[in-house]
Structure formats: C-alpha cells, structure tokens
Design a binder for this molecule. Structure first.
Ligand code: ATP
Length: 365
C-alpha cells in the first residue's frame, strides 16, 4: 500500500485487520518468502505463475503482464517480489495513489530498464489519465510525452524497453475492462486454510529464531482469519507474551493467554466484530437492522462496520446481508453463547437475502 494511503483494514490499529502500516511492513520484510517454492499455499496460482515464468526464461523474453487480486495480507506484494527474483531482475515499486498525474507514471516508465518488473500496488486507484498512459505502455511499450500546452501541444512518442507490469488489487471489480484486458495472466489469491497458516507460522517462527509448539501454531492459525499477515502478527504477540509473562516457550498456554490479552477470540473475532454481533443479537433480536443503525449502536462509522468488520462476519456465516438489513445467523447466536430464537437464519445462506427461506421471525419486524 502507498505511503499515507488509508486502508480501511488499518482502522483503529486492529490486530486482526488485513492491512499494515509502514512499521509493520518493515517487520514483515524479514518474513517474506523469497522464491516461489518457499511461498506457502495458493497452489493454483503458484503452478500457473511458475509456468509463465519458466516459459519466459526459456524464451529469454519478458513475461506477460501479471495481475494479482485478493484481500490485503494474502501475499500479493510478496509474489511480485518473487516474480522479479525468479526472473533474475529488479523490481520497481509504486502504487495507484502515489501516482497523482500521468507525468508521474511517464517518469517511472521512461526510467525502466529492459526486463525490469514494475509493481503497481492498488492499481485500481490510478488516476484516469495515468491509466490511459499505462494502456499504451503495456501494449506497445511506448509513452507519449506531451510537449507544450493547449492547441499547440504535441505528443512525442518515446519507445520503452520490454518490461513486465505486476498489478495488485484488492478490488478487481473496480478495474476498467481495458486495463484488465492488458494483463496476460491474472492470479486470484484466496484465503488460506488453517494447515497452510500453520506452515506460515512455523516458517516465520524459524526466521524469528523462536520455537513454536505445533499445538500453539494450530491455535494461532485458527484465529488468523485465513490471512498470513495476521498469522505473523499474532505470532509476534504470542512471542511477546511468552517472553514477558511466560517462560519464553511458545506453547498452547502462551498462545491462548496472549490472544486473550489482545481480545482475539478462538475464531479470530476482535472487540469490534463481537460488538457488532452482540448489538445485532442483544439489541435488535437478530435483525434485520440497517447498517447505519447498527454502526451507531457500536459507536462506529457505517463505512468502518461495512469494510472492517462485516466482510469476515459474512464470510464466516455469522451475519447475512439481506435487502432489509443485516441479520445474525444461528452461528452468531451460538458464538455469543445465546439460544437462537425460532426462525433464525441458518448460517451459509446466500448473501443479499436471495435465499428461498420461508417465513421467519424477521419478516414481521
Ligand atoms: N504464501 C505465503 N507464505 C508465507 N508468508 C506469506 C505468504 N503470503 C504472505 N505472507 C506473509 O504475509 C505478509 C503480508 O504479505 P504481503 O505484503 O505480500 O500481502 P499483500 O497481499 O501484498 O497485502 P496488501 O494488499 O496489504 O499490500 C508478509 O510478511 C509475507 O511474508
């Protein structure tokens, strides 16, 4: 993410948020896998990418442009670095929000050397004129440098050496079709399984020079919301606890105690998530309730509830979004240790209330 760019996932410095600030990124640098075979999970993307890279090396030509999409913290930046390393070339890094004008992008492009990889994070946030310049650069390896102003302005074409753009986006749906079409390969990163996260944790512990017991790694993995960044972050907090309050051993007791201190519950919910669930069930009888009412009840902005808490609650089947508002599912009630009222939505119903359930308690609200 660009310096100073606001990622809703960062709001409130959440321990279980997918985003990261600059301090965390510095801590992450040491834990990044450097080569494709060190990259845990994402087998499909890894296999496909490996083919693209091997073919390019065999032909001694820059590979097609690569688009990586997926939620924050799943490894897009890491993969961009790996692509450059596997190609034996250098990586230039920029981001959509960092490029304010087409001229900024023209300057970056015209300084590229043959075969270099240009990583554009948050590519969906590029300004329109920069985006148009990028189309031409990606397709024809050319930038048109505009000289002069107004009616007297003219475009001088400047040829670029072959290079590869690796674009990363958390919102691939926001990418205009002409830009999307210029990527020869698109990899979508999915959330990681708990066993994959355990491997990430064991690997990171090794790099941090600490020993983590398997059951502790399992416990941390289960609370990491499918995201390696969160797994690494929770591991660091457990290490702190073990060093300060424990005997230095990263065992199950340390993992549970540390994550209790940081209010990350057994399925990875934090205080905000639980406040949303609690309001839904205890204050509104399970819903449906509108987003702004719900947000006001938990003392947050609607945008924060929608972008920070809700995606995971919906993904885990705790909350469903219906045309009439948010509803708590039976899983949500059970998670809070409450008895779900008759007619409560079962978990796993389709989002947006398209499910064909018969009448429930909420139809009468
Ligand atoms: N597959 C993986 N194996 C091991 N570690 C991983 C993997 N994916 C990500 N990580 C670790 O998770 C952290 C976050 O990864 P990364 O910065 O690549 O995420 P990102 O998708 O680019 O996030 P953002 O969208 O916020 O830029 C890094 O420290 C990285 O080491």
């Amino acid at each position: 993410m660009a310096e100073g760019a606001l990622d809703p996932q960062d709001l409130g410095g959440r321990l279980v948020g997918g985003g990261a600030d600059d301090v965390e990124r510095a801590a992450e640098a040491a834990l990044r896998p450097k080569r494709l075979d060190e990259f845990v999970g994402q087998k499909v993307v890894r296999d496909q990418l490996s083919l693209v890279l091997q073919a390019s090396l065999a032909r001694d030509a820059a590979p097609d442009h690569v688009l990586l999409s997926g939620p924050p913290g799943l490894g897009k930046t890491t993969l961009a670095m790996i692509i450059a390393a596997e190609l034996g070339t250098s990586l230039r890094v920029t981001s959509g929000p960092a490029i304010q004008h087409a001229g900024d992008l023209a300057a970056v492009l015209s300084s590229l050397e043959e075969g270099e990889v240009l990583f554009i994070d948050e590519i969906h946030r590029l300004a329109r004129p920069a985006e148009e310049l990028l189309y031409v650069a990606m397709e024809d390896f050319r930038v048109d440098v505009i000289v002069g102003k107004g009616a007297g302005a003219s475009a001088i074409p400047l040829a670029l050496p072959p290079f590869t753009v690796v674009g990363a986006t958390t919102r691939s749906g926001l990418l205009p079709a002409p830009l999307r079409d210029r990527f020869g390969f698109t990899g979508h990163l999915d959330f990681y399984s708990a066993p994959e996260l355990e491997r990430v944790i064991l690997r990171s512990a090794g790099l941090l020079g600490v020993e983590v017991q398997h059951d502790a790694a399992h416990e941390i993995a289960g609370r990491s919301r499918g995201t390696p960044r969160i797994a690494n972050r929770l591991l660091r907090r457990v290490r702190d606890w073990a060093q300060v309050r424990g005997d230095g051993t990263l065992d199950l007791r340390a993992a549970r105690a540390a994550l209790e201190v940081y209010e990350v519950d057994p399925i990875g919910l934090d205080r905000l998530d639980r406040a949303v669930l609690s309001a839904l069930c205890r204050r509104f009888g399970g819903g449906p309730v509108g987003l702004s009412t719900l947000a006001m009840t938990v003392g947050e902005e609607p945008d924060t509830v929608e972008t920070v808490a809700e995606p995971y609650l919906v993904r885990e089947g705790l909350v469903a979004r219906t045309p009439r508002g948010r509803v708590a599912t039976t899983t949500a009630w059970q998670h809070l240790g409450l008895e779900p009222p008759a007619g409560t939505w079962a978990a796993g119903l389709p989002d947006e209330g398209t499910g064909s359930r018969s009448r429930t308690l909420f139809d009468e609200v």
